[in-house]
Design a binder for this molecule. Sequence first.
Ligand SMILES: NC(=O)c1ccc[n+]([C@@H]2O[C@H](COP(=O)([O-])OP(=O)(O)OC[C@H]3O[C@@H](n4cnc5c(N)ncnc54)[C@H](OP(=O)(O)O)[C@@H]3O)[C@@H](O)[C@H]2O)c1
Length: 292
Amino acid sequence: MSVGAELRLAVVVLGASRGIGRAIARVAARDGNIVVLVARSPEDLAAAAAEIVGAGGEAFTIELDLASQDASSRMEAFLAAKGLACGVLVNSAGYGLRGAATSLPADEQLGIIDVNIRALADMTLRFLPGMVARRSGGVINLGSVAGFAPGPYMAFYYASKNFVRAFSTALHEEVRRFGVTVTCVAPGPVSTDFLEKSGADRAALFKVLPKLDADYVAHEAWQGFKSGRRLVVPGISSKLAAFIARILPSAMALRLIGRAQRRKRDPNPRRPETSIAAPARKPESAFGKPDA
Ligand SMILES: NC(=O)c1ccc[n+]([C@@H]2O[C@H](COP(=O)([O-])OP(=O)(O)OC[C@H]3O[C@@H](n4cnc5c(N)ncnc54)[C@H](OP(=O)(O)O)[C@@H]3O)[C@@H](O)[C@H]2O)c1
C-alpha cells in the first residue's frame, strides 16, 4: 500500500533479530506487508531478512540500539530515506533480569526502563499520529503475564510490563474511534533466548508454566491485532496465569511470586546474612510496621 505520491507503508518490528519479534515479522510478511527489521545484531538481522526475502517477501534492516535517546528519530529518518512510512509498529524488543533489585547491577536494571518502557513509548508517540491521520494501522506492544502483578525478584521487568499493559490499553481507547488499534500481547513463558538470558528459566514459577511457541504467539498477536483487540493473552496457561494474578489478594500474590522467583544467593529477609546485628523482632519501616 502507498501513502501520498511516494511513501509505501511498512510494518516496523523492533526486536526482530530473534524470538517473538522475528516470528511476528515473518507472519506480517506472509500477509503481504513490507517489513522493517530493527535490532542491534547485524548477523541475526540479515538472517531474519533472508528468511523473509527467501519466502517471497520484502524486508529492510536497520541496526539500532533502542536504549539510545535518538533511536526514534533515527528510525524515522531511515524510513523516509527508503520511501517508507510506519503503517504498523511492533514493539517486541525487551529484556528482563531475575534477582533482588538491591543485588543486580543498577545500570542493567535501569536499562529495562530505557528499552521496555522509554523506547516503546517514544516509538509509539512518533508513529501513532501518522496512523491516526491515515485512519488505519496501529501498534502491537509485547507485554507479558508479568504485567498483571508486581514481581519481587524481577521487580523492574514486572513493573515495565505493567506499564506496557496500562499504556497500551489506555492508548487503544484514545485511538480506536479513528480506526487505529493498539494491541497489548501478554504471553506467559515463550521458548526464546529471553528465558535463559533473564534467568527466568531457573525460577520455580517459570518452570511450572508450559512454554509457548514463538510462532504461535506471533500468529495470535497478528490475528488479534487485525481483529482490533486491545489485549491478547495467547494460550490457556497464560490466560489462567493472568486470571490468577488479577484475582489474588496483593499480599498473597507478592509472597507467591517472590518465593517462586528468588534466587538462592538473593538476600533472604528471614535469614539476615550481614555482619550487622539482626533485629530481634520483625523490622519496622520509618513509617511504622511493614505491610503484612
Ligand atoms: N520469552 C518469553 O518468555 C516472554 C514472555 C512474555 C513476554 N515476552 C516479551 O516479548 C518480547 C520479545 O521477547 P523474546 O522472547 O522474543 O526475547 P529475545 O528472543 O531475547 O529477543 C529480544 C529482542 O529484543 C532485541 N533487543 C533487546 N535489547 C535491545 C536494544 N537495546 N536495542 C535493540 N533491540 C534490542 C533483541 O535484539 P538484539 O539483541 O539483536 O539487539 C531481540 O531481537 C520482550 O518484550 C519480552 O519481554 C517474552
